[in-house]
Design a protein around this ligand. Sequence first.
Ligand code: GDP
Ligand code: MN
Length: 389
Amino acid sequence: MKIHEFQAKQLLAKFNITVPNGVEVTDVADVRRVYDELEGDIVVVKAQIHAGGRGKGGGVKVCKSADEAVAAAEAILGMQLVTHQTGPEGQKVRRLWLEEGTNIDKEYYAGVTIDRKRRMPVLMCSTEGGMDIEEVAEKTPEKIHTATFGPDGLDGVTANQLVLDLRVHPELQSDFLDIIQRLTKAFLALDCDMVEINPLATSHELDVIALDAKMSFDSNAMFRHPELEELRDVNEEDPRELEAAGHGLSYISLDGSIGCMVNGAGLAMATMDVIKLHGAEPANFLDVGGGATKETVAKAFALVLSDPKVKGVLVNIFGGIMKCDVIAAGVIAAVAEIELNVPLVVRLEGTNVEIGKKMLEESGLPIITASDLDEAAMKITEAIKTEAV
Ligand code: GDP
Ligand code: MN
């Protein structure tokens, strides 16, 4: 689960990480009053969406007067903000965060995530703050300093070494060290899967201050943090993923053109791999799990079809606990309600497979059947190619 920058900053502040003073604004009419409340002449107007790269996309404006702040808020609030993380359609800006400007001296990067290879949380720091860190990692990997840490967070010796490696201004080394240690503690305490401060700035007034913050939580640990649940902003989430979750189904939106309805996470991964092997890309995958009824299967199938990226559907079910006839009944029920205007390949195997196949045959639906996964993936990739011509 992701949260907004201003929410992440409020959480980081609880761990004694310095963040600028700010106020959330959802109405341009409040901007002038908020500008006056905030200290100093410089106020930064920032779009709040669950994606980075807002600065480059026009979603962050440093303003030197109330008039400028009002103009920036008018331009940003309601805009469809496009960044390298939103996709070409962008994301609508519904909230702003107005904060006191900082007199930046240097911009650093500090982020924590899980290092899958080392199976440990890892802190990454760089002098190349304010830039896209993926780009830094690709072009100048030597400029990223990393350190893994255990359940107590980053130890003092390692933290000190990082501060020296980054050549932090001598007067700021102690504050900087505290902040990176606190960041690792926040990551652990909140069960994050990612926290990022970019930029972590040092100011001419000798502050070390988090000017931007990104945070996401491990959804499997959310039960330990009921207080975080209210930070959820459903406007920022994929509507199909939300609807699926409401029906107890796992649905993941992807970028390709083949909709996949499967049962079990392992079969989902295998199905996507084989689709790619045959030169196509999955548009999504929906895991109906083991206990789905005809109604949930119908709902699931309708969800997969409702994605306009879907140019063909592959149903790949290995019926163990899930019975093939239930899947067939669900698909038939869904197609009775919504028009099936893309090719559909079905591969069923397992419990009640014969009954399921017979039901599909007798339904009169234009279904292409396949007897194994490879054949199914090949047939659906062929079918969407033919459609496209
Ligand atoms: P992002 O583009 O979504 O990562 O948004 P950021 O919050 O990182 O803002 C983009 C850039 O705006 C930062 O890298 C800073 O260079 C700049 N910025 C943010 N806050 C301030 C500020 O208080 N003062 C100044 N001068 N620049 C700022
Ligand atoms: Mn940033």
